[in-house]
Write a protein that binds this ligand. Structure first.
Ligand code: UD1
Ligand code: UDP
Length: 389
């Protein structure tokens, strides 16, 4: 039996882990045993617990309850906690997702103990080291033994850093296996998309009609921690609501809701919160989120995951960042990078709302990334599933 320790901590990691856990339970329960460790990075019920329940993820074996702290303190405490678990469990692999501080701590703990690191969502680059996530993903990739890459661009990024595809097993951290396997979030969407319509009533509760609202999320530190950037983004949202006749739904990350009032000029804050057609709501569950994504006419976001989900649902996306790791979305014309610039955001929204024809070629695999990953960890040939070119 192959034993893996999976580390989760932040909302998107819990969601991604659902796909692998589900696949292990359905197809590999005789071959893979999984121990889930939650670092506690996200701890509010609607940032953590809700996803375990809704996505039927087994309860974590252990929650380290690290919580919020500065980058150094948070990562260091996680490193200590994860190392203790690894020393006891001695797994065959430690499995990590994405680019958060929980990912970085897991990668350091794993490589130092020479426990092979599996990185899911490897190879993504923003080429902006001011982003904490860019540091985390580079460090994790370079500590990994198996790198599972969602896109072709991710493979090219890794090749530029000296990684090689096509090498044969046994893989080691010095001679890692690099695989283009599609996106594990796409597995989830295929699984949950139809359910989202049936099992949630968020659209009715907010009285929203198909294609008559814009969905927006904001949580990146360079947006939330800058008064000017928050001002530009919120001014654009107010303009879009007031002048383009669309409702706006903003499920607010706790980071954003905590600073909103103090960050914005008083008048803009009143304009935002006094507008009944702008729905500022707490973070929603995954099924609620995908119900919103499927029904919105346009999505504005600085989230990585939400950009991809917009594309999966064939919705245009305005990226509230200076760059994106998901460059294919922009190259295909389904996304526009508007940064935190009020004029650019409004122009991009107007452009997409004209209903110009958009193309969404398949770039995120076939929805079987989790099966591919399990088979590679087991040393099996992933026959019959996604064969990237
Ligand atoms: C983290 C990840 C980011 C990811 C995001 C997903 C890092 C460096 N960043 O950012 O890559 O896109 O998660 O959502 O790992 N807070 C709460 N309750 C919670 C969680 C957070 O109130 O349950 C508040 C706290 O004030 C905390 C702040 O949000 O200080 C930031 O949380 P943190 O986990 O440090 O980073 P995120 O911005 O969530
Ligand atoms: N999400 C959610 N509820 C919300 C906002 C986002 O379930 O209120 C989901 C979203 O559908 C996606 C993931 O969280 O699957 C994205 O996470 P987030 O934006 O926090 O982080 P990022 O992807 O930028 O790292």
């Amino acid at each position: 039996m192959l034993k893996i320790v999976t580390i989760v901590g932040a909302r998107p990691q819990i969601i991604k882990a659902a796909a692998l856990s589900r696949t292990i339970r359905k197809m590999f329960s005789d071959e893979i045993s999984e121990i889930i460790i939650h670092t506690g990075q996200h701890y509010d019920n609607n940032m953590s617990e809700v996803f375990f329940e809704e996505l039927e993820i087994p309860k974590p074996h252990l929650n380290l309850h690290i919580g919020s702290a500065s980058h150094g303190e948070q990562t260091a405490q996680m490193l200590i906690g994860i190392e203790k678990v690894l020393l006891v469990e001695k797994p065959d692999y430690i499995v990590l997702y994405g680019d958060t501080n929980s990912t970085l701590a897991g990668a350091l703990a794993g490589i130092k103990l020479q426990i092979p690191v599996v990185h899911i969502e490897a190879g993504l680059r923003s080429f902006n080291k001011n982003m904490p996530e860019e540091i985390n993903r580079i460090m994790c990739d370079h500590a990994s033994t198996l790198l599972f890459v969602p896109t072709k661009t991710g493979i090219e990024n890794l090749e530029r850093e000296g990684f090689k595809t096509g090498s044969s097993s046994p893989y080691t951290s010095d001679r890692p296996g690099v695989f283009h396997c599609g996106d594990i979030m796409f597995d989830n969407l295929i699984h949950f998309s139809e359910m989202a319509g049936r099992k949630t009533d968020i659209l009715q509760n907010l009285n929203l009609k198909e294609k008559e609202f814009v969905l927006c999320t904001i949580h990146r530190d360079n947006n939330t921690d800058s008064h000017e950037r928050m001002k530009q983004i919120i001014s654009a949202l107010c303009y879009i609501q007031e002048n383009l006749g669309l409702e706006i739904v903003i499920p607010l990350h706790p980071r954003t809701s905590k600073i909103m009032e103090s960050s914005l000029p008083k008048e803009l804050y009143r304009r935002l919160t006094g507008n009944r057609n702008i729905h500022l709501i707490p973070p929603v569950s995954y099924l609620e989120m995908i119900a919103l994504e499927k029904t919105a006419c346009l999505i504005l976001t600085d989230s990585g995951g939400v950009q991809k989900e917009a594309y999966f649902f064939k919705k245009p996306v305005v990226v509230l960042r200076p760059e994106t790791e998901w460059v294919e979305i922009v190259e295909n014309g389904a996304g526009i990078i508007a940064d935190a610039d009020e004029d650019k955001i409004v122009e991009a929204a107007k452009y997409f709302l004209k209903n110009n024809p958009l193309a969404f070629p398949e770039i995120f695999g076939d929805g079987h990334a989790a099966e591919f990953i399990c088979r590679m960890m087991l040393g099996q040939k992933p026959n019959g599933i996604y064969k990237p070119d």
